[in-house]
Design a protein around this ligand. Structure first.
Ligand SMILES: Nc1ncnc2c1ncn2[C@@H]1O[C@H](COP(=O)(O)OP(=O)(O)O)[C@@H](O)[C@H]1O
Ligand SMILES: [Mg+2]
Length: 378
């Protein structure tokens, strides 16, 4: 089979006993790509990354790195982790505490037979690249978490790997540092020329960093695309509801008498074939309007929270079944109004026919009930 691209995964499966953690995924990424594996906790991201890195054997399927078959379901690992030309960075920095930062970075080079001046210069080079050359003689316990993560990245970059595998590397950092490190990691990725695979549950992180994103859910890939493709053409309701700031709204409706019905509202005319079934309607936050009096296609809601964004606001409301995000053009005070309604457009933006029950929606009843009480002020 002709393999193009730096990463090619065919029908990859990983079982733990009866449980399929990775349920037959296909994935491709070109050389130099920054591929994010994005999805909620437990969807199989780490397991996929560990198979790529050679730390776990696939139960079925194939993995090619740069056209080379490195693992398959029949023979397991064909190319061991140490020979895949890959470096891995984890959430925990896993630096050796008894070695200085210099020694930590030097170690993998030593193991690979780099010697003398060449080794010394490479250590200095990556320490400078990560802006931690001044910390060379410190021990990991003597520097901050952010600096430790830089040291861990420097150590990984030393041998110049063709692949960089990251597993939630920024999760332990505070919000401001996390934002800084995003650009830092991107810079490192570009300078290294490596193909990177980056595991995260944070869609903002994936959307801001990745060239390609695989959205994962329950061991499956929901969609593989560029950030723009995922935003503009979410192929499944899960993707629509997971991607974007804020994510799109997905509403479960019944088709009755040729109309989409949600509670007492008619939300559009159904297509000819859609009769007597449950469908999912998608509306982006800016497809909806916030209103303060009842009217046609207006749903009474309670105010949950207001998030200012660049002079506008995302207003989150709920109706005891479902949270909805509405983008409004001006800042709004919670105290401004007594009653809130969401007005729907004539027709939904996207209609999904997928099986609703496969999806664990963050926006449905259980989650809405566990939200703090809506703060509707008198
Ligand atoms: N060694 C293992 N043995 C049994 N189950 C595992 C093992 N590793 C992971 N799992 C299960 O596989 C699923 C996917 O895990 P993981 O890949 O770590 O998810 P993620 O990284 O997306 O949070 C989870 O339900 C997890 O409990
Ligand atoms: Mg994980």
């Amino acid at each position: 089979m002709l393999q193009s691209g730096a990463i090619q995964i065919n029908q990859l499966v990983k079982r733990f006993g009866d449980f399929e953690a990775v349920a037959g995924i296909d994935l491709q990424a070109p050389p130099g790509a920054f591929l994010a594996l994005l999805g909620p906790s437990g969807c199989g991201k780490t397991t996929t990354l560990r198979m790529l890195a050679g730390l776990e054997n696939p139960s079925a399927g194939e993995i090619y790195l740069n056209g080379r078959l490195v693992a398959d379901g029949l023979r397991g690992t064909r190319v061991p982790a140490g020979q895949r030309d890959a470096g891995m960075v984890f959430q925990s920095y896993a630096l050796w505490p008894h070695m200085t930062i210099y020694k930590n970075v030097e170690w993998p080079l030593k193991v690979r037979g780099w010697r003398g001046r060449r080794r010394h210069e490479r250590v200095r080079q990556v320490l400078t690249l990560l802006d931690i050359d001044a910390l060379a003689d410190r021990y990991p316990g003597e520097i901050s978490g952010g600096q430790q993560q830089r040291a861990a990245i420097a150590r990984t970059l030393g041998p110049n790997p063709k692949f960089l595998f990251f597993d939630e590397p920024l999760s332990n950092l505070d919000a401001k540092l996390r934002t800084e490190m995003r650009s830092e990691l991107l810079r490192v990725h570009r300078l290294s020329g490596a193909t990177s695979v980056y595991v995260t549950h944070d869609q903002v992180e994936a959307m801001t960093m990745a060239t390609h994103i695989a959205v994962m859910n329950q061991g499956h890939i929901e969609q593989l695309g560029t950030p723009r493709q995922l935003l503009q053409h979410p192929q499944t309701p899960f993707v629509a509801n997971f991607i974007g700031t804020p994510p799109a709204n997905v509403l479960r409706v019944q088709v009755q008498g040729g109309q989409y019905i949600y509670k007492h509202l008619v939300l559009g005319q159904a297509k000819g074939k859609d009769v007597n079934q449950t469908l999912l309607l998608m509306y982006r936050a800016d497809d909806l309007r916030l209103r303060f009096e009842p009217g046609a296609r207006r749903l009474p809601v309670a105010l949950a929270e207001i998030t200012p964004v660049a002079g506008r606001a995302i207003v989150t409301v709920w109706d005891n079944q479902q949270r909805l995000n509405v983008l409004v053009d001006h800042l709004l005070d919670g105290a401004d109004h007594r009653d809130y309604f969401v007005e729907f457009p004539d027709q939904p933006t996207i209609v999904y026919k997928s099986d609703y029950d496969r999806y664990a929606f963050p926006n449905t009843v259980t989650d809405a009930l566990s939200m703090r009480q809506p703060k509707v002020l008198p």
